[in-house]
Write a protein that binds this ligand. Structure first.
Ligand SMILES: C[C@H](O)[C@H](O)[C@H]1CNC2=NC(N)=NC(=O)C2=N1
Length: 91
């Protein structure tokens, strides 16, 4: 997998070693929680789960594939779905 090529399609995400990260600024706290809830649905569907830090209406998300010890296609698939969810909620 060409990690840099995948990252180029996901400008909201930045790579830090074997992880990719993005921040989502939701309009308000209830929306932030709705975004997390929708991410949870996708995470379960993919059996791939982000680390999520909730700070009022700001979400910090980290993706990596622990059981492969690095980034895989699953991280980029989930990242794209997270971007769709954020955009849908105006974040
Ligand atoms: C057993 C189960 O498939 C694994 O624990 C899955 C679950 N969700 C996961 N999520 C992430 N982000 N990385 C993993 O390696 C991972 N492993």
């Amino acid at each position: 997998m060409d990690i840099e090529a995948k990252l180029a399609t996901l400008p909201a995400w930045r790579r830090e070693g074997e992880e990719i990260r993005r921040t989502i600024d939701a309009p308000d706290f209830p929306t932030a929680i709705r975004i997390v809830d929708e991410i949870a649905v996708q995470a379960e569907e993919l059996n791939h789960h982000p680390d999520i830090d909730i700070r009022w209406r700001t979400l910090h998300l980290v993706l990596t594939t622990h059981d492969q010890g690095g980034l895989t296609d699953l991280d980029f698939t989930l990242a794209a779905r997270i971007d769709d969810i954020a955009a849908k909620h105006g974040a």
